[in-house]
Each structure stands twice: as C-alpha cells, then as structure tokens.
Design a binder for this molecule. Sequence first.
Ligand code: GCW
Length: 744
Amino acid sequence: KESGYDAWLHYRRDRHVKQMPAWCRVIVVHETDDEVLQTAASELQQGLASMFGQQPKISTVPAHEPFVALGTFQDHPCVAERFSAEEQAEVSAEGYRIRGVEVSELAGLTGQDHADIKGRCVTVAGQTSKGVLYGVFHLLRYLQGGLDGKLKSTAKQSLHAPILDLLSNPANPIRMINHWDNMDGSVERGYAGASIFYNNNAFTTNMERLRDYARLLASVGIQALSINNVNVHQVETELITDRFLPDVAKVAAIFRAYGIQIYLSINYASPIQLGGLTTADPLDPDVAEWWQTKAREIYAAVPDLGGFVVKADSENRPGPFSYGRHHADGANMLADALRPYGGRVIWRCFVYDCKQDWRDRKTDRARAAFDHFKPLDGLFRDNVILQIKNGPMDFQVREPVSPLFGALEATQVLLEFQIAQEYTGQQKHLCYLVPQWKEVLDFDTYAQGKGSTIKRIVSGALHNSSNSNSHRGKAIVHANSGSLQEKPTHHIPKPTNFGIAAVSNIGADTNWTGHLLAQSNLYGYGRLAWDPDLSADEIADEWVRLTFSGQGKDNGDTELIPTIKQMLLDSWNIYESYTAPLGVGWMVSPNHHYGPDVDGYEYSMWGTYHFADCWGIGVDRTTATGTGYAGHYFPPVAGIYESIDSCPDELLLFFHHVPYTHVLHSGQTVIQHIYDTHFEGAERAAHLHATWISLREQLHETIYEQVLTRLEHQAEHAEEWRDRINTYFYRKSGIPDEKNRPIY
Ligand code: GCW
C-alpha cells in the first residue's frame, strides 16, 4: 500500500474515526446499464470500504435508513427531488451538485419517518453519469480530508452529517492528456519507466494497470486521452488498421467506463504508408476518399473514438507543406472524414523550421506558430481544434505565453502544457508546475480588452462572448479546401471544442511518476483544467493532504502537510534559479535535455540561441531592431515586452540582448543576478533535501526513501548547474562576483 501506487486515492483509514457514518452504509443508485454510473457507485463503495473498514451496500431503492444517492436528474427521482428546477439547470453537462444534511434538518431530527431519513441522506447528482462520477470523487476527496477550499474547516466535525451543499462545473469542455508512448514500450520524454500501454510492439496485457490509471485520471476530471506519441513511427502508423484496432477497442472500453474518450495520433502520410497511394496531398480526391474509408473502419471498431491528434510538418514529420498546401487544407480534409462519426481533429501548432541558419537573425523559432497559423484563422472546420503549446518555444522553465492565444479569433483552440518534466528536471528534480501553469492561465492577452485572459480563451468563454456580440469577429466557418478567402459567418458553435491538453508524466514505475512528489503535477493539472481559478496553494494543499494524511505517526500530520506543501510551492522558483537565467532558456544538453550545457544548442541548427558573447546575452525579439516577435502581442503587452525598461526581469533575455552590466528592475546587474540566483538556487535545493530529512519520523519508510534519493541527487546536480553556469559567464564576461564566492 505504501509504494505510491495508490497515489491520491489510497483512502487510508482514519484512526480517529471509529465508526462508519450512517449515511455511508447504503449507496442508492437506480438500475442502470450506464457503465459510468456503475463505476461511480463502485468507486464510492470501494472508497468508503477502505476508509471505514466496512463495505456499504448498493441498493436500487431508497432504504429506510440514511443513505447516499447517486444519479442523474433525469433518471433518478430520488435525486431530482432534492433540487429545484433552477438548481438543476445550473449544472452543466459534466458538472455536479452534492447536497448533504442541512443543519436545520439535523436539529429537527426526531422520528424515523421518511422525511427525516431524506434529511439524513447525501445526494450526488449530475446531468450525466460523468457528472455523477466526478461528484463521487469530490465526495471521496472531502471525506479523505483533502477538501476543496472553503469546506476544509468543517470537514472533520461534519463527517457524520455532512453539511455539504455545492455546485461544481468544469471550466474547460476538453480536459485531455497526451501520451508520447511508442509501441516498443519507450516513452518519448518519459521519466517514469516504460509505457503502461505497450511493450515489444504490442499492446500491454496488464489491463488492470490501465484501469487504475483511468481511475486516477477520472478522479481529477480528465475525460480525453491520446494513447500514442505524436511522432508516429512505422508500427504506430498501423494503429488505425485491423492489426491493432481490436486492441485499441479494448483499451477504449477500459477508459470508457471512467468517462474518458480515447484519441489516436496518426501519421499524416498514412495514405502512402498504409494505402499504397503515391501522395498524401489533402486536396487529392483519392487521399480524401482513403481517409473516409479509413474512418469508417476505425469507427466500426471504436464507435466513440474522440478523433485524431496530428503533428504535421514538424520536426521532420510529414504534412501538407510537401504538397504546397496549408494546414487548414490538411486538417479540414481529415475533419471531413471524421465528421460523420462526431470525431475531432486536434492539430498541433508546433510547426517551425528546425534547420535554421544562425546568420539569419530574422528567422525566429518563437515566431513560427503565429506566422503559420494566424493567417489561417477562421478557415478550419468546426471539428478541428488547434493545439498550441503554452509558450512559443518548447516548455522551458520560463517563457512568455504564446501570442497565438487571442490572436486566433475564429478558431477553436486547446492549450498544451507538459506535465512531463522534460526541461524542468525530468522528475529527478522537484518542480511543482502548477504555479507556472497558473501564470499562463491568468495571463491577460488584452485580445478583446482587459480581462481577455488565457483561461477565458481556452475555455471558449471569450470566444462565446465575442460571438454573441454581433459587431465583433468572424465566427468559425466552413471553409472550402484550398482557399484562404473569407467565408460568410453562418455557424456559431457552442464552445465544446476548447480546453486544455497536457503531455503525461506517467510510466510503468510503481508510483507512476518516478518522483513521488511529481504526482502533484498530474493531480494539479487535472484540478486546474477543471477549475483554473483554484490557486497553486489550494491545489498543493489538497494533493498533500490526500497523499500524506494518515502517514504521520498517530495521524500527526500537523508538520508534515504544511512542510511538504511549502516544498512544492518553492520548487519551480528554485529550479529556475539554478538553471537558465532571465527567460533565455535552452542551456541544456542536446537531445536528452538533462543537465547544464550552455552552448549545447548554441551551435546547432534548432534555432534556440542565447547569443551570449563577451559583451552580453539575450535574443532581440523587438520590432524595432529584432525579430519582431514582440509585435505579435496586443497592446499594451506588446509595448511592455518591446521596451527594455518595462520588460519584466524574468523575461528580459527572451526579448532583449543586453550587456552583462545592464541593471535589472531588481537593482542588480544581469551578471550579478546570474551569480546570486545560482548560488541561492543550489542552497535552496540543499535545503529541500534537509527539510525532507527532518520529516523522516513522520513518513512511511519506503515513501521517505523514494523521495530522499531524488532530493539528494537534485542537491548535487543543482551544484553542478551553479558551477557550470557561473564559470561560463564569469569567463565570458570577465566580471567577478561582487561577493567573491568560489567560481571555478
Ligand atoms: O520539444 C520537442 C520534444 C520532442 C517532442 C516535440 C513535440 C514529441 O523534445 O520530444 O516530440 O517537442 O512536442 O512534438
């Protein structure tokens, strides 16, 4: 049990609670074929049994004793009668309401008549069974003591008669995880062991592990999952053929029971590789027909497949550019093939020239997604969604937000985060990413004036409000293939094709994420995708409580919980401070991206330069003298980045090339900032290690050891980062450290 496998769903028994609360003894759920509702009931049953050591009954009729009822407003009268029509209408498709005993009802409890019993019941209700499932997981979180925000204080005392009354609707219609798993069992940028989906070019036979993964995902509201790498190699190209479709169907069935829809990454050149055609030109009728036939086959095997994820014309993958077509042509052709089945095309915008000439100071990888996709705004079918990485480069520890968000006014978008810590310590270092994601989601693009935040853009809220405002913007139009001309506005879809996706950080390691504390990133991602208004602190608090409560001797969690939480909250800043400074990024070893190598990418073609020489460092991305990237933002953001005086310190070197003696807003010179942050960063990494050691007595041994080894390594590796970065800049600049600390 204490391997980390159960993650935040271990449901440890609370030693202080001697008896199961009365209302937990019977779960009332109406007779149903709905698998997701059955899952909801059995999850609740399992969770309660584990927490209270007693198995609740499942009953199809209200019992003559207190109970917990689960169901949809439509199918379950006993659920519906607890909510007014207005209260029901406030619940969205995947949202839920939970209602427990009201205090007044409790006070008046005397007899055993039906009304009283009703008053001692807890109800979890939704419009759909998925909503009910999410409500069940919420209730379980509540009982475990890892509660949501304001409920925290009332939790323990109200266990026997919860006074819960809450409504929760997900902000984002699509809440997705992308796997970069290959069928040989490897995981591209995987840091937690092999793939749980595949090995040896076949599907796994360990369906139980997949089911346990589905539970973890559903418990935080994830409902979409792509199961193979966006780099689709030879074997994986065949996932959409008879060879593997029966396996895909089996996997889909497992996730379906948890309300999760499967997607496949496809090879854009499939018509050539699988179909024997000579072209994959999206405007070639044979190609379109090939995909239509293929879609029919795929959907015969997996009728509710979510659709395709496509990486095209990116990092040597095939795409429409080979045929002189643009990306709307490619995406729309696939979208038409999937349309009859309700499938979607998720088209990635990570398109850039990875063979750049350093002498060409105008070509800028940061500009690429915007330059490629902004001109196509409004040309995509309504079942196409563009997936955009959070920053314009590639998941660095610090980047500005991609200016494509907000710039695309008539295109549906998904924001892409990376939970896998490719550039943030590869799950060997502690880096709780929720604060970074929060900054992205809260960023104001000013696309439609103040308040045009990323979270409102990716949830579809901004799109919706601008479309209902008749003089603004084009709606999403059905464009004809091959044409860039504007089409009349005639179709305004509801924002169901918006949301967030993120690259998974899990693998076959027993604790899923390698670094146990990296589970917080998976948990946090799901919670944030559901509710971007949660704070990084609240999410950390929930995760730490759910994961560690009950670990302390005699449940003595008083020190454990706040201490681990603080470690998480400090960790992104610590990681940033001993790695690449001031937003410049990329000082990592090429290919595997781990460890310091200041010039590792400087002399390669990938277009990720820092241009450090003996005078200064940074990339001039201004419109006045640089690549013009800063001009992709709306005012006032564009102006803030354009000017060296207003550009925030943490992004200075992303936007400007400055001398080492340039004075930051902090009052420090760039060079002294580099020295100071690197010395401090390494010290703070050592402090993380020491803090963990101080918790030893309160932690289960195996959990303690797992994390200890990683923190030990981090502390050492942070010193290596410190020394390599400091000596590089000392030698380049010739400027000594004001504080005279050792720099080799
Ligand atoms: O930065 C790169 C990663 C690749 C990844 C690519 C992408 C899946 O290093 O490993 O390929 O991003 O997002 O497509």
